[in-house]
Design a protein around this ligand. Structure first.
Ligand SMILES: [Zn+2]
Length: 158
């Protein structure tokens, strides 16, 4: 994987969500161990993190080499990138009212997110990634989350 590969992967995300600002860059870091990362994720998944700069109201995503060989699993890689973009969307694109609405979705969900560890923000990031990559799965199994994504995040009704 390299930075050009990352560019190609993000093409599936809505342009507005990956525009600069707020998202200034997605960088591929060619080493396996991050100083810190999205530690709530499964250990087998690609490590990545999102740095939010509150002063400049911008964000930067770093994604780390998954395996010592650099032979990254493309699907896992994509999932991790979209998970991080989900953090950017939650922080910059949701209104406070929408965040409250999401917290209600989170409280009432029947699905227990192992990655999310009970954290509504992680739940959002994971749902955002799953919606983009496996929309039918979310539609069939998580109708409340699906409806939130459709109407509040992707605005297909507008
Ligand atoms: Zn996360």
């Amino acid at each position: 994987m390299n930075n050009r590969g990352v560019e190609q992967l993000i093409a599936k995300a809505p342009e507005v969500h990956v525009s600069n600002p707020p998202l200034t860059e997605i960088v591929y870091v060619n080493r396996t161990e991050p100083e810190h990362g999205d530690m709530r994720r499964r250990p087998t998944q690609t490590m990545a993190d999102t740095e939010i700069n509150e002063a400049t109201q911008t964000a930067r995503i770093r994604i780390f080499r998954q395996k010592p060989t650099g032979n990254d699993d493309i699907f896992d890689f994509q999932d991790s990138i979209f998970h991080e973009i989900g953090h950017v969307v939650y922080y910059f694109f949701l209104t406070n009212e929408q965040k409250l609405k999401w917290h209600r979705v989170h409280t009432n969900t029947h699905f227990r997110w192992t990655e999310a560890g009970g954290d509504p923000v992680e739940h959002f990031a994971e749902t955002y990634a799953t919606y983009l990559l496996h929309k039918e799965l979310v539609k069939g199994q998580l109708p409340t989350e699906y409806s939130f994504m459709e109407h509040e995040v992707f605005r297909v009704d507008q």
